[in-house]
Design a protein around this ligand. Sequence first.
Ligand code: IPM
Ligand code: MN
Length: 372
Amino acid sequence: MGVLTKRIAVLPGDGIGPEVCAEALKVLEAVSERFGHFFELNIQLMGACAIDATGDPLPETTLEACYAADAILLGAIGDPKYDNDPSAKVRPEQGLLRLRKSLGLFANIRPVTAYDVLLEHSPLKADRISGVDMLIYRELTGGIYFGEKGRTADGAYDNCYYSRAEIERVAHLAFESAVTRRNKLTLVDKANVLETSRLWREVVQQIAPQYPGVAVDYLFVDNAAMQMILNPKQFDVILTENMFGDIISDEASVIAGSLGLLPSASVGETSALFEPIHGSYPQAKGLGIANPIATILSVAMMLEHFGMQEEAALVKEAVDYTLDKNVLTPELNKTNPFTTEQVGSFIAHYVQEGGEGFRHLKTEEHSLSTII
Ligand code: IPM
Ligand code: MN
């Protein structure tokens, strides 16, 4: 692939967001040096930090930067001062929801992989999770999250609505991805109770013949929640609506052994946003203990989105090597923990040297503390 220039809006956000973003940008810089691409960064406020600065979790300048970008990298948003106040009028999360809706990011894609070296870190039994490799497609701009909501004299309601078109577009993405994987797609719904779920089934059944190689099965969400723990290896591609996807993907994240490992992509017709699935972890802010790998793997997904397959593969290889060498933050390496910054530098250094070049370096030459 030739040299490319890409514009990236960076929204570091709140809590540990800026720290993990800094490491991901270090890795991006290493990709740029190694492959010659140009990444133009536009760093903007979103979330609680934006509320503090402007009163708005998604200021107009941030939204404009996102519209103008080829992709968006997000750290994390959220602050405890809003979480326990049901009467708060503005919340950091509103910024994220508005961003998803404004940019039309209708599909949220979350890969869940059980890394062999981390099997004992998961609370689930190793033989149950070894080899797990699933991809969750969560619809992201419809359903109960965006339906009409409100209060009545003595109650409240949240409407759940889906159009056929909303289901079709995300379903096609999920089927297309299943074709490149193990040809299995599971629709998770609640079709025994919900009309919207019955529409999801109908639409998926209508689309399925276009992908004759893909075996489709259907699970009610309560059963899916159980199967996720009992036998997660059965899943290849999961397709589901917004709220079920929110819940089931957090549950699936337990398999990987750390929330700090899982990346995500949110894509639409024209925009794409990449973010770790973990939150802003405010208790860890500034302590250097946050795991940057989820954000670094989100950068790998971004590179794939740009068509930079070799670049993405090198970043993932660097992460695998880092896991093998146990150059990891304290939640995964209690005895000899590395800092957020050291993990980021190690991975960036690997990328910059290219795999083999780095492996041949002596340990003391591995960059573990300084920006390369
Ligand atoms: C996620 C988060 C968001 C969601 C919140 C922060 C609004 O939990 O990305 O999964 O519910 O979609
Ligand atoms: Mn969530």
